[in-house]
Design a protein around this ligand. Sequence first.
Ligand code: SF4
Ligand code: SF4
Length: 150
Amino acid sequence: MNILAMLWKNFWGGSRTLLFPERPKVTQRFRGLVQFDPELCTGCAICKFRCTSRAITYHAGKGEFTWSYDPGQCTFCGRCVEGCTEHALKEGHAEHALTQESACPPIYLQQGELKKTYTVKRRAPAPKPAAAPAAQSAAPTTEPATGGTQ
Ligand code: SF4
Ligand code: SF4
């Protein structure tokens, strides 16, 4: 950009500071708030282990588990979503439990105010598809031994 045009813009372009609670516009691919779908969660806990900022907590219980997410601790890195997607693909599921919104997370005033906790019942694992019938035994490939030494 031409230096004079830049100076002109800086002098006469007005203030760029947004006053609270106004929010900056974000691009379509902005990685924002993590969304959780308990219907799709298998309780593998991969997201918890991937989240180094401890925004996700996971506790296994008897027949159920609790999963929590605190946006106030989240750095929006997306590692949990990647892990959940990879896990779903490995398990052959078309959908995964975690996604990320392209919008900014809501404003909060108290620590932990946005934290959400879900208690999810463990589902029985889906039955594995029946094994294909074994191929018919092939004809022996070696000739039977014919007698011993003379
Ligand atoms: S986006 Fe990053 S920081 Fe936020 S919950 Fe996921 S792994 Fe943790
Ligand atoms: S990685 Fe996905 S499926 Fe596994 S516990 Fe986290 S949200 Fe649930």
